[in-house]
Design a binder for this molecule. Structure first.
Ligand code: ADP
Ligand code: MG
Length: 264
């Protein structure tokens, strides 16, 4: 797919300030349809704040966000909910919902399409390996099981035959997931990306970010340090600037990938 001229999300001078503290400072960026973008950076650098701004969950104090060339605050809630879905970093639900009911919450924007809603929820229950849990009380699940329930809900919200206009924002989606379920998640993301889905996610593991992303955003002290393809972004210099430590880059010919290791 030609993604070069096909911008899905655009931010201009995007700024978010709380009590004179910049959480996001003057970020102008363009994310194209079909991109898989990972955001990396130290704790507190603004990654979750940027995700909330991209999703419209919070409003910038300066600058703007456009989705599909339309200012985010011009979208009506239901239409926007069908186009972009967000997995927050913290998803605490203390009410004893059943797993199936939480997945169904994602279909709220489609309340008059019950037949399809049911099929879609079943499909996502299978995709996230939740068949044995559908009637379980959510509060009794393990961290990884809860995370899979929220992932199923997030994908049910944008589920469609065509993902070309859709974007999913995932803030640390691999949290609590074992390696098999991490693998299943990324396999699923790639399948949907082939159908046009745009993916923006926060990942802590740099090696994983290199492995699964087409582009990488480096965030440092609320500012954009770099946004480019993995080849240009992942350099020892940029990593040092980003994390203030020395890291080595080993190139694996077998994998045709860079691997980041601690410097001895
Ligand atoms: P990251 O996801 O990169 O770890 P966050 O975007 O969650 O970072 O937060 C960026 C910084 O802003 C952190 O230092 C955090 O403590 C601070 N912060 C987040 N929300 C608020 C708020 N509502 N008021 C004040 N500071 C906040
Ligand atoms: Mg965060």
């Amino acid at each position: 797919m030609d993604t070069l001229n096909n911008k899905l999300i655009e931010s201009k001078n995007l700024t978010y300030k709380v009590n004179d503290k910049f959480l996001i400072n003057d970020i102008s960026i363009q994310i194209n349809q079909g991109d898989i973008v990972s955001i990396i950076g130290p704790n507190g650098s603004g990654k979750s704040t940027l995700m909330k701004l991209f999703s419209g969950e919070i409003n910038p104090t300066n600058g703007y966000i456009k989705i599909q060339n339309k200012f985010i605050n011009e979208w009506d809630m239901i239409s926007l909910a069908k186009e972009r879905s967000i997995l927050s970093q913290t998803n605490n639900l203390s009410f004893p919902f059943k797993v199936i009911d939480i997945v169904k919450m994602g279909r709220y924007p489609y309340f008059n399409d019950q037949n399809n809603n049911h099929k879609i929820c079943e499909l996502l229950i299978r995709k996230f390996d939740l068949k044995d849990y559908i009637n379980r009380n959510y509060t009794t699940l393990s961290g990884g099981e809860k995370q899979r329930v929220h992932l199923a809900r997030v994908f049910s919200q944008i589920w469609s035959d065509n993902f070309e206009s859709k974007v999913v924002l995932l803030d640390e989606p691999t949290s609590f997931l074992d390696i098999k379920h991490q693998f299943m998640l990324f396999k699923f993301l790639f399948e949907l990306n082939l159908k046009g889905l745009t993916v923006i996610m926060v990942l802590h593991d740099i090696n994983q970010a290199i492995d699964v992303s087409k582009k990488i955003i480096m965030l440092k002290d609320s500012q954009l340090l770099n946004f480019s393809n993995e080849k240009d972004c992942i350099t020892t210099n940029n990593l040092k600037k980003l994390f203030d430590i020395d890291l080595d880059i080993v190139t694996s010919n077998k994998l045709d990938k860079k691997i980041i290791t601690f410097k001895n």
